[in-house]
Design a protein around this ligand. Structure first.
Ligand code: XUL
Ligand code: CO
Length: 436
């Protein structure tokens, strides 16, 4: 049954680049085949619950701007919110969604009530998913908003808070498993520190390592087949977060023996906050074998804040999808819009237009990326640039077949005197620009 929130808006469909409608896809054509696969199956779009249906429009200087009938803390309102959310997923034709426990259930007085509320909503979601054919990309626990987590969840100095957080994650993993979620995400919003004056870093890292091992052990215990993903972010809300970026996460996983068990959910805006480009983080995750999923939302490049805006820069997105495709594309992952409206965008259809534009930009980025890959526009040069490493002696050098002094002997014997070769950056930038 329709929630009525969006009025009588018909399902949004592909109308092609000439369409004049604000509520039509010009580029996102789910059935279009790229590299042998449907566009919908490449992109695996997800709508996030929190920014669309929970965030009230507040900023550090002002409170609520959005008026939504489901704002409140009753179970009836939580179900009304779910009705609107599923209406939006189906109107947009987005196959997946993502949520935190605190987005979807009323806050209870204690752990037991939280769990009961979550279970009731999970049953409601299960019915709605069955009716609408929508799927869960990932579930997660909000271990950062409640005041009990102000000094961390897994990394809290108080073991009772560690326990409360662990128990909460168990309930969220159960919920995700029950809804056939394809991934479980951990973003450690409070897993870091404000000041070293009161912080024991080594102790906190060991707590975080044990916490993540508990999650992985439980995944296997319940037979959850999805991927466990960490979402890196360097700061905000804490001054310094332990899951700073992909490289930090990899080092952390190695240290705690989890590099084969946990992958990353990379958010565009977080990459920028860490001083990287999005494609750097994607390429590195691929190289390290830990790529999982993406949050496709941008920051404001001037303010330097995590503004969670809908993506709208096609060249950036082309490069992002280029790296996603180069790594073989999404497996359990997908494209989640962890994005929110600007607080002045009050109307229900602003929510729809934001997603329509974002999905069209992703589709354009994906098409450009697929074409670049197909044509070998960048890879032909890169392959040639590294082709020397296919030669016998070069391979031997890489595989440990030479010691340092043997390499010195080799250079002398062959009288090596190599000349540098052009990196051709401008030529490659020009090539890229032909596709976007
Ligand atoms: C915060 C953020 C989170 C995670 C899920 O910056 O990105 O919403 O995506 O907890
Ligand atoms: Co995110």
């Amino acid at each position: 049954m329709s929630s009525g929130f969006f009025g009588d808006i018909a399902p949004i469909v592909y109308e092609g680049p000439e369409s004049e409608s604000e509520l039509a896809y010009r580029h996102y054509n789910p059935d279009e085949i790229l590299l042998g696969k449907r566009m919908e199956d490449h992109l695996r779009f997800a709508v996030c619950y929190w920014h669309n249906f929970v965030w009230p429009g507040s900023d550090p200087f002002g409170g609520q701007t959005f008026e939504r009938p489901w704002f409140g803390d009753s179970m009836a309102q939580a179900k009304q919110k779910a009705d609107v959310a599923f209406d939006m997923f189906t109107t947009l034709g987005v196959p997946y969604y993502c949520f935190h426990d605190a987005d979807v259930r009323p806050e209870g007085a204690d752990f037991r009530e939280n769990t009961r509320n979550l279970e009731e909503i999970v049953d409601y979601f299960a019915q709605k998913m069955e009716q609408t054919g929508r799927k869960l990309l990932w579930g997660t626990a909000n271990l950062f908003s409640h005041r009990r987590y102000m000094s961390g969840a897994a990394t809290n100095p108080d073991p009772d808070i560690f326990a409360f957080a662990a128990a909460t994650v168990k309930t969220c993993m159960d919920a995700t498993h029950k809804l056939n979620g394809e991934n479980y995400v951990l973003w450690g919003g409070r897993e870091g520190y404000e000041t070293l004056l009161n912080t024991h870093i080594g102790q906190e890292l060991d707590q975080l390592g044990r916490f993540l091992n508990l999650v992985v052990e439980y995944k296997h215990k319940i037979g959850f087949k999805g991927a466990i993903l960490i979402e890196p972010k360097p700061q905000e809300p804490t001054k310094h977060q332990y899951d700073f970026d992909v490289a930090h996460v990899y080092g952390f996983l190695k240290r705690y023996g989890l590099e084969g068990e946990v992958r990353v959910n990379i958010e565009q805006g977080h990459a920028i906050l860490a001083g990287h480009s999005f494609e750097h983080e994607l390429a590195l995750a691929n190289a390290l074998g830990i790529f999982g999923s993406i949050d496709m939302n941008r920051n404001d490049y001037q303010s330097g804040w995590d503004t969670d805006q809908f993506p709208n820069n096609v060249p950036e997105m082309a490069l992002a999808y280029y790296h996603v495709l180069q790594g073989g594309g999404f497996d359990t992952g997908g494209t989640n819009f962890d994005a929110k409206l600007r607080r002045q965008s009050l109307e229900p259809d602003d929510l729809l237009m934001a997603h329509v534009g974002a999905m069209d930009c992703c589709a354009r980025g994906l098409k450009a990326a697929a074409k670049m890959l197909e044509d070998g526009a960048l890879s032909s040069f890169v392959d040639e640039r590294y082709s020397g490493w296919a030669q016998k002696d070069a391979k031997k050098m890489l595989d440990g077949g030479f010691t340092l002094d043997e390499i010195a002997d080799y250079v002398e014997a062959e009288n090596l005197n190599p000349e540098p070769k052009s990196g051709r950056q401008e030529m490659l930038e020009n090539r890229l620009n032909r596709y976007v």
